[in-house]
Design a protein around this ligand. Structure first.
Ligand SMILES: Cc1cc2nc3c(=O)[nH]c(=O)nc-3n(C[C@H](O)[C@H](O)[C@H](O)COP(=O)(O)O)c2cc1C
Length: 326
């Protein structure tokens, strides 16, 4: 069983990936958030810079509907030493989809087919794809599967929601099952696996699953992949290590301070992360409010560290506070 860390724009940049790798390191592969412009901005260049990235293997992700731009970026990434790129056909954002990119590209099957034909013909790197199952209706999925069957996709990561679902409704396991039955290429499941129980449900439904990508579940509980591996007997039971969490947090804080200009930007980034990570702790409401209101790093740090040191870890399946420590 392999686990991948999902790309999450604005959050899982190299600072987060490095900190996660150093203190948890449970992933078999990491993905950059999407690169959306053929000329990479400084932030994107840093994000793919091999010298800055400890968490490997790393696959850069490209969001475009222009084969020319895809090939140009792939060429730059090849020169940096990458051997695989990932195509984003899943971003549901209104502005992205309206321009026929991300999940919006799924609404133009003919153009998508022509685009894939060109990039698979000319790209010197392996190409994996991260896809949703359509734009408006599950009925679009069978046609998309017929397109995917035609190309040597190195891996198809499926988040079985429609573009118009954004993150609402439940992942469509029937559609995922159809891909499992019909495709002979390597598949990776992604979507709403935030607890051991969720993972077990997936394994019960699809016992041959070999690869799962985890996103918000890891933001909320960075220990999640470790707990799943323990539940499968893949690693010994280590529980949740608060010192590792403190180290992880410190690494994020210092990493963002190095990477970003100004306290406000650093705080903004960390507050966004706590909007997920806060749910991993029980009884943290007051301290989370303090984090939200903090305008300086010392007050932020005090509240964040107090949560990590003293609030109980929340059981993701029951939402109860439990003792996960050894
Ligand atoms: C804040 C945020 C940013 C995201 N950015 C990206 C991205 O850059 N590229 C991508 O393919 N998916 C992106 N996603 C989608 C995730 O990779 C993943 O497919 C989605 O969250 C479902 O998985 P999960 O339920 O495990 O979180 C993003 C999701 C979130 C919540």
């Amino acid at each position: 069983m392999k686990f991948y860390l999902a790309p999450m724009e604005g959050i899982t940049g190299y600072v987060y990936r490095n900190a996660y790798y150093k203190y948890f390191g449970h992933m078999d592969c990491y993905f950059t958030p999407f690169i959306g412009n053929k000329r990479m901005a400084a932030r994107e260049q840093h994000d793919v810079d091999p010298k800055r990235n400890l968490a490997r293997p790393l696959v850069p992700q490209i969001l475009t509907n222009r084969a020319e731009d895809f090939l140009l970026l792939a060429g730059q990434l090849l020169r940096l030493g990458y051997d695989e790129v990932n195509l984003n056909l899943g971003c549901p954002s209104g502005t992205v989809a309206a321009r026929g990119r991300g999940a919006g590209f799924l609404g133009y099957p003919k153009e998508l087919d022509a685009f894939l034909c060109e990039i698979f013909d000319k790209c010197p790197l392996k190409i994996s794809i991260k896809t949703r199952i359509g734009v408006n209706a599950p009925g679009e999925w069978p046609g998309l599967l017929e397109i995917y069957k035609k190309y040597p996709i190195s891996e198809l990561i499926i988040h079985p929601r429609l573009q118009r679902d954004f993150y609402k409704n439940s992942p469509n396991w029937e559609a995922y099952g159809q891909a499992v039955r019909e495709l002979s290429l390597p598949l990776c499941y992604n979507g709403d696996i935030a607890s051991i129980q969720d993972f077990q449900g997936l394994m019960d439904a699809f016992p041959h699953t070999e690869c799962v990508m985890l996103g918000r579940g890891i933001l909320r509980s960075p220990w999640l992949a470790g707990r799943i591996k323990e539940s499968m007997g893949m690693t010994e039971n280590k529980g949740v290590d608060r010192d590792a969490l403190l180290g992880f947090h410190e690494e994020l804080l210092s990493g963002y301070q190095r990477e970003m200009e100004g306290e406000r930007n650093v705080l903004f980034r960390l507050k966004e992360l706590w909007s997920y990570m806060g749910d991993g702790f029980a009884g943290a409401e007051k301290l989370l409010k303090k984090i939200k209101k903090s305008s300086r790093l010392p007050e932020y740090r005090a509240a964040a560290e107090e949560i990590i040191r003293s609030c109980q870890i929340r059981d993701m399946d029951t939402a109860d506070a439990i003792n996960l420590e050894k």
